[in-house]
Design a protein around this ligand. Structure first.
Ligand SMILES: Nc1ncnc2c1ncn2[C@@H]1O[C@H](COP(=O)(O)OP(=O)(O)OP(=O)(O)O)[C@@H](O)[C@H]1O
Ligand SMILES: [Mg+2]
Length: 265
């Protein structure tokens, strides 16, 4: 390592991550020399075919899985096998059916060591903003798909880390609800800019190219397994972005670029 530290430390820095799953005489190469940076306050999406290693990369970054090679760091601190440095929403919402909505929301914060009463008060204050006011005492089974996703996101927000890893947070939703959630997520992130606290940086996994373009500053395209980075596309549209942006000529042209990158691999 050289002593020359970069002028600005990226919020997320993944360098040369390679991983092979091994078991019962079988080897599955999943990630091949993946590197990517995310600036503080940035929103970067990761797209790629099913099984190319997107969720595996997030689990590595979340400190839950050690890669065979490479490094992953948040604000210059290695996260390898150090869970708790980021707020991570796994691909499945993992709500506990036997806890009410409010108790589900506080789960991650409590596991992270926050006093339960304080976690409950902070969660209760967020229910309105996440469109869940009045449902604090509902069971997960009594919530719609969109509400469950918002509750899982609320729980992730409550684990107040500057880096958010979101793995297909809207994957289970219909197209209309999904569009509503795009507007809503942008609003939540804007409202989230808290004086004196680090602005959040987001790494977002999705299969939906329009969703990626609408929400991101940059879209990273991965190849089929073993996943490599095959293209990075900058998305410079001004914010806030409305749903109607997707029919503009500039947007459609970027979408074509991304589709070509996915097909080229
Ligand atoms: N714990 C594990 N042990 C063995 N193989 C695994 C494990 N986790 C994932 N895999 C395999 O690694 C590959 C990549 O999985 P991963 O979940 O990272 O893909 P993905 O890009 O997130 O896919 P999707 O878009 O469908 O969510 C898959 O073939 C999967 O079967
Ligand atoms: Mg996945």
């Amino acid at each position: 390592m050289s002593d020359a530290s970069p002028v600005v430390t990226p919020a997320i820095q993944i360098t040369g991550v390679t991983h092979v799953f091994r078991g019962k005489g079988r080897e599955l190469a999943v990630l091949d020399n993946v590197s990517l940076d995310l600036p503080t306050g940035g929103f970067v999406s990761l797209v790629g075919p099913s099984g190319c290693g997107k969720s595996t990369l997030l689990r590595i970054l979340a400190g839950l899985l050690a890669p065979d090679q490479g490094s992953a760091a948040v604000a210059g601190v290695s996260t390898l096998l150090r869970p708790g440095l980021v707020s991570y929403m796994p691909q499945k919402d993992l709500l506990l059916p036997w806890r009410r909505a409010l108790a589900n929301a506080t789960l991650g914060a409590e596991v992270g060591g926050a006093p339960p009463a304080q976690a409950r008060a902070r969660a209760a204050a967020l229910f309105e903003r996440f469109g869940l006011a009045g449902f604090e005492r509902s069971w997960p089974a009594q919530l719609s798909g969109g509400m469950r996703q918002r509750l899982a996101l609320l729980r992730t927000f409550l684990i107040s880390r500057p880096v958010l890893l979101l793995d297909e947070p809207f994957g289970a939703l219909d197209a209309i609800t999904r569009r509503e959630m795009h507007t809503w997520l942008q609003q939540v992130l804007r409202d989230d800019e808290r004086p004196g606290e680090a602005v959040r940086s987001v790494l977002f996994v999705t299969h939906d190219i329009e969703e990626a373009l609408l929400l991101s500053d940059r879209v990273v395209v991965m190849s089929p397994r073993p996943g490599r980075v095959v293209a990075e596309v900058s998305v410079a549209f001004a914010r806030p972005r409305s749903a109607s942006l997707v029919v503009s000529a500039e947007f459609v042209a970027l979408k074509a670029t991304l589709l070509a990158a996915l097909e080229r691999r």
